[in-house]
Design a protein around this ligand. Sequence first.
Ligand code: ZN
Length: 424
Amino acid sequence: MMSTRVLADFAIHGLASLVLFPNPYSGRGTKVCWDIEEKHDFSLASRNGKICWVGPADKFSDNIKLTSDAEVMNGNGLSGIPGFVDSHTHLVYAGDRSGEFELRVQGKKYLDILASGGGILKTVSCIRSLSEDEIFFESRERVWRMIETGVTTLEIKSGYGLDLENEMKMLRVIKRLGDELPIRVVPTFMGAHAVPVEYKERPDAFVKLICENWIPKVAESKLARFNDVFTENKAFNVDQSRAILEAGRKNGLIPKIHADEVNAIGGIDLAIEVGAISADHLLKTTSDGISKLVGSGVVPTLLPGTSTFLLETHHAPARAMIDAGLPVAIASDFNPGSCQFSSANLIQTLAMLQLKMSAAETLMAATLHAAHALMLGNETGSIEIGKNMDIVLLEASSYKQIGYRAGENLVHAVISKGIPVFSI
Ligand SMILES: [Zn+2]
């Protein structure tokens, strides 16, 4: 019998361990299954950036025909996992807020710092004072540091411009990062990140401006895929948030929401009402909120780096969410004020320590479920035939070392769409 071999232009051969998700969550209406299979002595291959074969190393040559210019990496002693998806960051910023970090250590509250013109508003004045190039070069370094920890898909929000000119400047920087760096960058417009000083006394006028003027222009520019809002006391109330998310939706921007971070003021109900793809933070989400999220299609995205960095003693109720059957995702929330943890490794350590998630749950939350939070669950986030060859090779015997070896970077190589983009 003639065997048909699969043509491949890239392969990783003989991995000590390879992580597969046997029953991956595939979006609204499907069941969440947290099982992980760790295969030993496995290989995988891709063609044009898409995974085309996964199987035992001793079946590799019978099944794979390599193109003449194919690259084959040796997986000996390494563990292969899906590339990390960081579905919530504010990585494009400027300036330093270490002073505020120390103030918080001394007991000052985040919302009080924000109300007194610090916090986000300090970063806003830095962003407004710098050129697009300056912001780009600063941000590019940060993206590289994240790639080195295994991130192959990265969401970045605007929201430190808070006027149209500077929001567009941020969105152009985000686009350029995606164009010039070898991983996927997903852009989110977040004009409603804070009320700028010039609108402090008339926040409704600011909301109207975002809805009627900025959102149509942002949508027309095609520089954003999602539209996010900070629904919180001293930021945007539920009615204001609804107006912003609805205006975005009418213009083709998919809603996301920062909800229940400091106070539960109705962000969960709003997320479900407007069909948000994710609701993020959720520290204060109640059992009632959790039940409402079941079956809603909203991906609950937990940010354990932020609650740790803000010295919270209470963290998001991950266990109750997982028990309820929700596709919990985790992300870094990397930003200059409330979370300076950018390492994908460290975020998983924090998810284990603070959210009491297992190693398997943190890995799936940081890959497949985070991909769903960006509507990319069918393209990346797990090792499956047809998905992007987005893979991280770890110098470790098992994925279980990721969260455990907290202070180390275990990454040996990062492959994005079948191309090695970083290796030690
Ligand atoms: Zn955020």
